[in-house]
Design a protein around this ligand. Structure first.
Ligand SMILES: Cc1cc2nc3c(=O)[nH]c(=O)nc-3n(C[C@H](O)[C@H](O)[C@H](O)COP(=O)(O)O)c2cc1C
Length: 80
């Protein structure tokens, strides 16, 4: 039966170690992938993913809440 490791595995070196040492067959990434939807592309191109913070959920854990948070963040970046 395949084993999926889960939780706090956004550190790619740690995730790789889990796979190469055969502690699990797959790793799953939750929150870090919510913030970085292009996570596999980011990692494969050598860029550093943005670190997750729970601020992302300030308008609720819904698609509407996420859109609101993203719009607010884009607006703050424009003003900076
Ligand atoms: C917004 C949100 C919703 C989640 N919903 C579920 C769910 O419905 N069922 C479930 O088993 N785990 C759910 N989880 C837990 C994740 O699947 C995962 O186990 C957890 O976030 C730890 O992985 P991570 O450190 O990569 O985020 C949810 C996590 C988050 C942040």
């Amino acid at each position: 039966m395949p084993i999926i490791a889960n939780g706090g595995l956004e550190d790619i070196d740690f995730a790789n170690e889990i796979i190469t040492s055969e502690k699990a067959d797959l790793v799953s990434i939750g929150k870090a992938a919510m913030l970085n939807p292009d996570l596999p592309k980011l990692i494969s191109s050598g860029r550093t993913p943005e670190a997750f913070t729970f601020d992302m959920f300030k308008y609720g854990v819904t698609i509407d809440g996420q859109r609101k948070w993203e719009a607010e963040r884009a607006d703050m970046k424009l003003r900076a």
